[in-house]
Design a protein around this ligand. Structure first.
Ligand SMILES: [Zn+2]
Length: 434
């Protein structure tokens, strides 16, 4: 049968349509969905005269906010040494009119603004930075760009929290729920989210909805927590002379074997399935080339989107360490046996909250209104803890532009930074009701 030209065109058009509609389906699957109900709710909120005035207030508040950013940044605050910055932050919370402010047993600074119902909505940024106490944290200017370790991560987050507080206080709208304004401790490195872990422990406060301000892009909302496990593994022996004591067990030899066994098994396991990673970031020990060392240690970081896979990585590490220990003890010719210690130095749970959660939808509706392309992401922030417990929590961006986080060249520029404050304020009001 001959195919007519017209039929051919039809066929072509049809197959193109099939191809294109599949493409659309694929696109839709990846595209973040904002429910019409939330869009409508938000539209009615943002059209209120008083909200418009609040958004203008936020823009005019930038100057004061940037001054605070600089002042807070110049108070050093490594994990476990946030006291001075915490006191300064508490004083600012009091100045701007929270009903009460206190420092909890972990060192978190908490300001409470009372509402009229029994719900508690928290907005948080972390007080600590990754930099040791003697780091020069004074702020340098290059044009309008601010340079200083910690200026973005997360001192800018603290500035956003304070600006939101001022906005709430001057607004004609009164939030229904109670609001917490929080500067938390121990987010970074070995702090291991200790501040937020305390807040969500039995000794902590009641929180129904949690918003962390800690991250880059304005469009990114973190509703998934990347879990991690970190260990310091130390092989310990008697140590001795490399010739005179030859034959005693050598901790470095055991560490080397443990690394090899771990990497081979971990590589095999992580090749497939939900993303899981591993890294040995530091190794050390030993005194001289002609000494059998007393100790040999490594620091291991393992991460996974899936808590079950993280547990499996934990097993793989333990098995590698146990086997290496046994092997080396088996070839010992004299002296006492090696011992090994696994010290947990980090444990951040993973988890995720559904896209249709009201808090997530409220945040998406705000972005949608401002025509910012939203994305839902996975991160390792304070929100990990509530997310892992199923408590509504997200992390949102600090706004402006910046870079070099966790480096001495960190910078931040107030390019439409007010938008992040407006965004944070609006999500908070949507959550709290008024
Ligand atoms: Zn941070």
């Amino acid at each position: 049968m001959m195919i007519l030209k017209r039929d051919f065109l039809k066929l072509f058009a049809l197959s193109f349509f099939v191809f294109y509609s599949q493409f659309l389906v694929a696109q839709n699957l990846n595209k973040v969905q904002v429910d019409a109900k939330y869009k409508k709710n938000f539209k009615s909120l943002v059209s209120k005269k008083s909200i418009k005035a609040d958004l203008e207030f936020i823009q005019s508040d930038s100057e004061l906010s940037n001054k605070e950013l600089i002042a807070l940044n110049e108070i050093p605050a490594p994990p476990f040494e946030e006291d001075n910055r915490g006191l300064a932050f508490k004083k600012l919370l009091e100045t701007y009119g929270v009903d009460t402010a206190w420092i909890d047993a972990a060192g978190n600074v908490i300001g409470l603004l009372k509402g009229t119902d029994d719900r508690y909505v928290a907005i948080d940024a972390h007080l600590d930075t990754v930099f040791p106490i003697d780091t020069d944290v004074s702020v340098q200017f290059l044009g309008d760009t601010l340079y200083a370790p910690g200026i973005g991560d997360d001192t800018r987050g603290l500035a956003v929290v304070l600006s939101v507080l001022r906005t709430v206080k001057q607004s004609k709208l009164k939030p229904t729920s109670n609001l917490y304004f929080i500067g938390s401790v121990g987010e970074e490195g070995l702090g291991d989210l200790s501040g937020v872990k305390y807040i969500f422990s039995n000794q902590g406060i009641k929180v129904d909805s949690w918003i962390s301000v800690d991250g880059g892009g304005l469009g990114r909302i973190t509703n998934k927590a990347l879990g991690s496990l970190r260990y310091r593994v130390t092989f310990k022996g008697s140590g001795g002379h490399s010739w005179g004591n030859f034959g005693i067990v050598n901790p470095h030899h055991a560490l080397g074997a443990a690394i090899q066994k771990f990497v081979i098994a971990a590589d095999e396991y992580t090749k497939e399935g939900p993303k899981t990673s591993y890294n040995i970031g530091r190794i050390g020990g030993g005194t001289s080339v002609n000494s059998v060392p007393f100790a040999s240690w490594m620091e291991v970081d393992m991460r996974s989107v899936d808590p079950i896979r993280l547990n499996k990585m934990d097993e793989i590490l333990r098995a590698a360490v146990t086997e290496a220990l046994k092997e080396q003890n088996d070839i010992k010719r004299s002296g006492r046996e090696l011992e090994v210690e696994l010290l947990e130095i980090g444990n951040r749970p993973s988890g995720e909250l559904p896209e249709n959660l009201p808090l997530v939808q409220n945040a998406l509706a705000v972005l949608d209104y401002f025509d910012i392309d939203p994305s839902l992401s996975r991160g390792s922030t304070n929100a990990n803890i509530p997310i892992s417990m199923g408590i509504p929590a997200i992390t949102i961006g600090r706004g402006g532009v910046g870079g070099g986080a966790h480096s001495l060249n960190e910078w931040w520029l107030d390019k439409e930074g007010y938008k992040a404050v407006q965004f944070a304020y609006l999500i908070l009001m949507m959550e709290a009701g008024f």
